[in-house]
Design a protein around this ligand. Structure first.
Ligand code: CA
Length: 182
């Protein structure tokens, strides 16, 4: 294992309480095989269960249709075999990748490791969620809060897209007045 990172760093907020009960636990998130290679041609992504994001959707992209940002993110994704969990009431993600020979590989977010996990492939839930958001929101050049449609979209833009002007007070929370106020 080349990289050992604190587990909590990668866990979505919704799972922090359960996942961070052992703060010294480490996880190897980027030590497995990459899920996207030169021969990969197509990715189909599904969100299942939960309602943390927009209504469930399916995104289907050929290699040539991927945005630059999504392609870069996809190329960084690798399998993980550690700290698999089963959060059946949370949002889970599935990415099916087809290679140039037509063979399909199915990858699931690591919070969906319920029942037998032998023969299955898992990727960190945070990376799967982020890829899903690249498909859902993209980086379409939006820079202001009036262009956003939700707190989730504004948060995605703040964390992933360039030239945004949506966090004037620089506290890491975008669009407090329009979308992310408490
Ligand atoms: Ca702010």
């Amino acid at each position: 294992m080349n990289r050992v990172m604190p587990l909590c760093f990668f866990i979505p907020v919704a799972f922090v309480l359960s996942a961070c009960s052992e703060p010294n636990e480490a996880v190897c998130l980027n030590c497995g095989d990459p899920i996207w290679s030169a021969s990969s041609q197509k990715v189909v992504m599904r969100q299942n269960g939960g309602n943390a994001l927009a209504p469930s959707a399916v995104f289907d992209y050929d290699r040539a249709m991927l945005s630059t940002e999504a392609a870069v993110h996809l190329a960084k994704m690798q399998e993980t075999t550690l700290n698999l969990s089963c959060i059946t009431d949370g949002t889970t993600y599935t990415a099916t990748i087809t290679d140039s020979a037509g063979l399909q590989s199915v990858y699931q977010s690591d919070n969906s490791a319920c029942g037998s996990v032998s023969g299955k492939h898992f990727v960190s839930t945070a990376m799967m969620k982020n890829l899903y958001e690249f498909f859902l929101y993209g980086c379409q050049g939006k820079t202001t809060c009036s262009e956003m449609t939700s707190c989730a979209e504004a948060t995605f833009y703040l964390n992933n897209c360039p030239n945004t002007t949506i966090d004037g007070n620089n506290d890491g929370v975008p669009c407090e007045r329009q979308w992310c106020g408490v």
